[in-house]
Design a binder for this molecule. Structure first.
Ligand code: ADP
Ligand code: MG
Ligand code: ZN
Length: 633
């Protein structure tokens, strides 16, 4: 009996060991090893360079997420990196990877409806294998030991317990983030608010001595690409503390019950390394308002509850600061915003003119430029661009210089890359017929003439009819001389008229409509609708809010907050406003028909003309020149 017992124990041990080894092997094979290790983040340009040097062995991306994780080397010398690819470069990146034979794994982040399928695929298989091994071992053991062997149910239960609940927060030593406030431009208010956190992290004891309570958490809110992640890293860099980064979606993507475990583990790790920063990126994925609707997500709520209780529980004397970033603050659960949690909200807004120039400068320092380059004009032609867009512009300019075999970036590279980032790459394969080119030329000239003859509109700086990969067949660029923050009712109406100018020219000259105006129509309607429902600019309703913007930082229309009857009336008002702009555009173009012909034909021949060329023809005194508005003082 004793002997039997011993033997039994030994085989149990063996049994567990084999299962562990099998689990490790399988999880490794499934590629989960990639996200779990230390990851160093690098610039996109560095990434491209590494691919071109054929150092990269494998790359992994999640659909809709700009981050790409990739590895170099193999086996023991394998290293993990991540980079952010910019909007619009996905295709060229994929092509580059393909050319260099890099294996690319893309996966789709779950939305809850896909979750079951995902789970089935990623866990069902290993569990089946476990069960199989378990069953097989059981049988062997039974055979070896007679029929009264342990008939425990192995496999499934094991996998869920131990290793799986580990949070895969990437830990980057504070010094290693390599980012300081110097690397973030144009966010002075945000930096100022974060300064206090930095000083707290440097000397937590100073604060606790007096009995001051430092904020436990701060929420960085702002549109995508404005430098929220960058700022969080900079705080760690400034304070020289470790930096734990995890994306909100990582909490929710996995097995039921894992999210909460991950939160616990994350805070345990942080506690060991304090003072430190825990950074939860895109927190809205986990911190969405809990509601009572039927399709609420239990898993997410559990995770959120765990997060809330951890934030209450951790010992703040040691100096743990939780930073989080989101661009949908309005969806966050109120409980998260309570004092003692993310009680501080730090807006990270789109940069203004000065900010844009400063950001361009930071990124321009990384590339070789010809002397005498004017970044100011780039800053002026990119209102509404985020820091990420601007970094992308510099990078595209550098890529263009390389493509053209130059050693330095020129002004032309920069201006061309503004177009690329704003309107998409020039498309070589779209060949327009001569007639289509003519239509597009008239269309764009229509926009330009309506804009130029208005008082106070931004001057036209460029017109082009070279097709873009974004689908645009041409565009007219207007560059504001100064920034302005308020739009008057007249300016809004003028803008609608400019947007209608393209279609109006087509109607006037060809007596026909094309699909080319769809984007203009979309923009004009949006603006008119906002005038009626949000800005109180309609005659009919006056200063009543009839709609709420759906999301402040992500754009995307508004939700009506009025009765059905009113909604009908709103539609009518919107239609009237757009029609008014349409008629104004038709009138202007009718009056300037000769100039319209001349400029359109010139544009058709040259394909791209500057604002100066355009104005020269328009204002040339040949008896047809329009009365130009006096420039404002
Ligand atoms: P967010 O997290 O707000 O979406 P990121 O911090 O990820 O934006 O910014 C992406 C990239 O854009 C950064 O790595 C940086 O290169 C650039 N960038 C964005 N904002 C700034 C800024 N204010 N100053 C310098 N670079 C910036
Ligand atoms: Mg970010
Ligand atoms: Zn148009």
């Amino acid at each position: 009996m004793d002997m039997n017992e011993n033997k039994r124990r030994r085989s149990m041990l063996l049994y567990v060991l084999i299962a562990i080894i099998a689990y490790l092997a399988i999880s490794q094979a499934l590629g989960s090893g990639l996200s779990a290790s230390r990851v160093q983040s690098v610039d996109y340009s560095k990434f491209v360079q590494m691919v071109e040097n054929d150092e990269v062995t494998q790359a992994e991306s999640i659909y809709g997420n700009p981050e790409v994780t990739f590895t170099t080397g193999e086996g023991d010398s394998q290293k993990f990196y991540s980079t952010v690819i910019y909007n619009g470069t996905e295709e060229s990146t994929a092509q580059l990877l393909n050319e260099h034979g890099v294996q690319m794994v893309s996966s789709i982040q779950d939305t809850s409806s896909d979750l079951w399928l995902m789970m089935l695929l990623s866990y069902g298989l290993p569990i089946l294998i476990f069960l199989g091994i378990g069953w097989w071992l059981n049988r062997r053991m039974k055979k070896a030991m007679g029929d009264d062997g342990p008939s425990m149910n192995f496999g499934g239960g094991f996998g869920m317990g131990g290793g799986l609940g580990k949070s895969n927060a990437k830990k980057i030593k504070g010094e290693e983030t390599g980012v300081t406030f110097k690397d973030v431009a144009g966010q002075d208010e945000a930096k100022e608010s974060l300064e206090e956190i930095v000083s707290f992290l440097k000397h937590p004891d100073k604060y606790t001595e007096i009995g001051a309570r430092c904020p436990r958490g701060a929420l960085l809110v702002g549109p995508p690409g404005t430098g929220k992640t960058l700022l969080a890293k900079a705080v760690a860099g400034e304070a020289g503390v470790p930096f734990f980064q995890i994306a909100g979606s990582e909490f929710v993507e996995m097995f039921v019950g894992r999210g909460a475990a991950k939160v616990r583990d994350l805070f345990k790790q942080a506690n060991e390394e304090a003072p430190c920063i825990v950074f939860i990126d895109e927190i809205d994925a986990v911190g969405k308002r809990r509601d009572t609707s039927l399709n609420s997500n239990d898993e997410r709520e559990q995770t959120l509850n765990q997060l809330l209780s951890e934030m209450d529980g951790f010992d703040n004397h040691k100096g743990i600061v939780v930073l989080a970033a989101t661009n949908r603050p309005e969806t966050l659960d109120q409980a998260l915003l309570r004092p003692g949690r993310f009680d501080r909200r730090i807006p990270v807004e789109l940069p203004d003119l000065v900010g844009r120039e400063a950001i361009l400068k930071i990124h321009a320092d990384d590339v070789k430029m010809e002397p005498g380059i004017d970044l100011g004009i780039v800053a002026r032609s990119t209102p509404g661009a985020s820091g990420a867009d601007l970094a992308n512009i510099i990078n595209e300019a550098a890529l263009r210089a390389v493509r053209l075999g130059r050693k330095r970036v020129t002004q032309e590279d920069l201006l061309e890359s503004v177009d690329v980032v704003i309107a998409g790459e020039k498309k070589k394969s779209t060949v327009l017929s001569e007639h289509e080119k003519e239509v597009v030329a008239y269309h764009e000239t229509g926009h330009a003439i309506v804009a130029a003859t208005q008082k106070g509109s931004a001057p036209v700086s460029k017109i082009t009819i070279v097709p873009r990969t974004s689908g645009a067949l041409g565009f007219t660029m207007q560059v504001e001389e100064n920034e302005h923050f308020l739009t008057t009712r007249k300016e809004a109406k003028d803008k609608i008229a400019v947007l209608c100018g393209g279609r109006a020219a087509e109607e006037l000259i060809f007596g026909e409509m094309t699909t080319g105006a769809s984007n203009d129509i979309e923009k004009a309607t949006q603006l008119a609708r906002a005038m009626v429902t949000q800005y109180g600019m309609s005659d009919k309703f006056g200063m009543v809010q009839l709609g709420q913007p759906a999301s402040r930082y992500l754009g995307g229309g508004s939700q009506l907050t009025c009765s059905e009857g009113t909604a009908q009336e709103i539609d009518r008002q919107v239609q009237e406003l757009v029609e008014e702009g349409h008629q104004a555009a038709l009138k202007t173009l009718r009056e300037n028909r000769f100039k319209l012909h001349e400029i359109a034909h010139y544009l058709q021949k040259k394909e791209t003309i500057t604002g100066d060329e355009f104005m020269n023809i328009l204002t040339r005194d040949d008896g047809f020149a329009p009365k130009m508005p006096k420039p404002e003082q």
